[in-house]
Write a new protein. Structure first.
Length: 161
């Protein structure tokens, strides 16, 4: 079964690498073979202010069952990534992280690794971070092209809905 997936990532720095992950299904016979499809369309969001961005994120999460955090060098520190993860947690989405620093950019170069410690939720005065709660895979080393569908399915099954 294909899952509707929301991809959370740092747009400016990582869009090249993210595109390679998000478009994996294009090289498969259909979306069912890829194991997921991408609902989010961050590229279409114009800079219309915080309320517009929040509304877009909330609407993009509608109908999704899994949020995939694509972890680049600066992802854990990005304001909208934090918002996306908090909202995903509130909704009960399954979550999985994928490091993307080993994917080569348009110049054929990898990046330096980023942290998987993006905040997800708070309880009892403590902040829980992504890497404490959810599995994190490396796109290159863990063969993401082949395995992303199973990672997404596993995350969906472990969702806290």
């Amino acid at each position: 079964m294909a899952r509707k997936v929301f991809f959370s990532f740092h747009f400016d720095r990582d869009i090249w690498r993210v595109g390679q992950v998000r478009n994996t299904w294009l090289t498969k016979p259909d979306r069912e073979s890829a194991g997921y499809w991408d609902k989010a369309r961050w590229e279409q969001v114009q800079r219309q202010g915080d309320d517009a961005v929040k509304s877009w994120i909330n609407n993009s999460l509608d109908g999704t069952s899994v949020t995939v955090l694509l972890i680049g060098n600066e992802t854990a520190t990005r304001r909208w990534v934090t918002y996306e993860l908090w909202k995903s947690y509130e909704r009960g989405n399954g979550m999985v992280g994928i490091t993307i620093h080993n994917i080569k950019d348009k110049f054929g170069l990898p990046d330096t690794p980023g942290s998987a410690a993006a905040p997800v939720y708070q309880s009892g005065g403590r902040t829980y971070h992504f890497s404490e709660l959810y599995p994190v895979y490396d796109w290159v080393l863990d063969n993401g092209y082949t395995n992303i569908g199973s990672w997404v399915e596993q995350a969906a099954k472990q969702a806290h809905r």
